[in-house]
Write a protein that binds this ligand. Structure first.
Ligand code: ATP
Length: 328
C-alpha cells in the first residue's frame, strides 16, 4: 500500500508524528511518502498545494493528512475535490473517562463532500454584493445516500437520518431530501427518517441517542460534525475519512489549532483514530481495533493531554498507547 503522508501546519505536524509512531510500531506493508502542503508550503514554494504533492496523492492508495491553517480551502478542500472523495465519514463516539454531556453516544456522520456551497462558486457581482452558488445534483445525492445505507448495513447500524432544510431551500435541499427518501426504499432493513437541520441540532444536544447514521450535504455536515465532536469531548477525539471510487484521504476533524501549536500538547487521539480508519479501509480491522482499545485504556486511565484533563505531552500520550499495545 502506498500512503502519502502530509503533516501540514501547526498541530498537524505534532499529531502526525504521534500517529506515525503507532503505525510504524504495527509494522504493516505500507510505503510512506512524506509531502508538503499548507501555509508553510505556500511561503516556501508559492503554492499551498504544490503540483508534486498533488501528483503523489493521485498516485497513492491513500493520503494521511494532518492539518492546514489559513490555506485549508486551497489544500484539503481542493484535495477532496481533485481526488473525488465524495463521502466524508465522521464518527462521534463517547470514550470512558472523558467528561462530556453524554457517555453513550455512537454516531457516524456521512457528509457529501463534492457539492453544495463548498464548491467555491463565489463571486462579487457588484460593489458590496457577493454571491455564492449552491450546487446539489441528483447523481451526487444518490451516490452519498447509497453510501450511507451501505455503511449502515456493513457496520450493523439500524437507522439513517437525513438532515436538510427543504422548507426554505426548496430546490437544492428538496432534491437532496427526495433522493434520500427514494434510496431509503431500497433498504427496508434500515430505518429512515429526515429532519430539518436546525431542529436536528437541538435534538443532537438534547438527545443524541436518537441518531445512528446521519446523512447530509457538505456544509451542514461540516457544522454538525463539530457539534457532534463537542458532544463526546471535543475535536481532539474526532477522526474522519474521505472516501471515493479510486482514492481515500484520512484526516482528523480538527484544524491546525494555532492557539496551541508548537507547545507539544495537542491531543493525538483524533489523528490516531484517523489512522485506525485507514487501517480498516485496507482490511487491517484487527490491528485497528487493537490500537483503538489501547487508546481507550490510556484515556480511561487519564494518561492524556491537557484538553482531556491530563498533563501529558502529545508524544508521551502516544508512547502510553505503544506501552498498552505491547501488553496485548
Ligand atoms: P484552523 O484555522 O487550522 O482550522 P482553528 O483554531 O480554527 O484552526 P481547530 O484547529 O479546529 O480550529 O481548533 C479549534 C479549537 O479546538 C482550538 O481551541 C484548538 O486548540 C482545539 N483543538 C483542536 N484540535 C485539538 C487537539 N488535537 N488537541 C487539543 N485541542 C485541540
Amino acid at each position: 500500500m502506498r500512503v502519502t503522508v502530509i503533516p501540514g501546519d501547526g498541530i498537524g505536524k505534532e499529531v502526525m508524528e504521534a500517529a506515525m509512531l503507532i503505525l510504524r510500531n504495527l509494522d504493516l506493508p505500507f510505503e510512506y511518502t512524506w509531502m508538503e502542503a499548507g501555509d508553510e508550503a505556500l511561503k516556501k514554494y508559492g503554492k499551498a498545494l504544490p503540483e508534486e504533492t498533488l501528483n503523489e496523492c493521485l498516485k497513492s492508495d491513500a493520503v494521511l493528512f494532518g492539518a492546514a491553517g489559513e490555506t485549508a480551502a486551497d489544500v484539503i478542500v481542493r484535495l477532496r475535490f481533485e481526488l473525488e472523495t465524495f463521502a466524508n465519514i465522521r464518527p462521534a463516539k463517547s470514550f470512558k473517562g472523558v467528561k462530556c454531556l453524554y457517555d453513550n453516544v455512537d454516531i457516524v456522520i456521512v457528509r457529501e463532500n463534492t457539492e453544495c456551497l463548498y464548491k467555491g462558486l463565489e463571486f462579487e457581482v457588484a460593489d458590496g454584493i457577493a454571491q455564492g452558488i449552491r450546487v446539489i445534483t441528483e447523481k451526487g445525492s444518490e451516490r452519498i445516500a447509497k453510501f450511507a445505507f451501505e455503511l449502515a448495513r456493513r457496520e450493523g447500524r439500524k437507522k439513517v437520518t437525513a438532515l436538510h432544510k427543504a422548507n426554505v431551500m426548496k430546490k437544492t435541499c428538496g432534491l437532496f431530501r427526495n433522493v434520500c427518501r427514494r434510496v431509503a426504499e431500497r433498504y427496508p432493513d434500515i430505518e429512515f427518517n429526515d429532519y430539518y437541520i436546525d431542529a436536528a441540532c437541538m435534538y443532537l444536544v438534547m438527545n443524541p441517542l436518537k441518531f445512528d447514521v446521519i446523512l447530509t450535504t457538505n456544509m451542514f455536515g461540516d457544522i454538525v460534525s463539530d457539534l457532534a465532536a463537542g458532544l463526546v469531548g471535543g475535536l481532539g477525539l474526532a477522526p474522519s475519512a474521505n472516501i471515493g471510487e479510486k482514492h481515500a484521504i484520512f484526516e482528523p476533524v480538527h484544524g491546525s489549532a494555532p492557539d496551541i501549536a508548537g507547545k507539544g500538547i495537542a491531543n493525538p487521539s483524533a489523528m490516531i483514530l484517523t489512522a485506525c480508519m485507514m487501517l480498516k479501509h485496507f482490511g487491517y480491522v484487527e490491528e485497528a481495533k487493537r490500537v483503538e482499545k489501547a487508546l481507550e485504556s490510556v484515556i480511561a486511565e487519564n494518561k492524556t493531554t491537557p484538553d482531556l484533563g491530563g498533563n501529558l505531552k502529545t508524544m508521551e500520550m502516544a508512547e502510553e498507547v505503544i506501552k498498552k499495545l505491547e501488553q496485548t
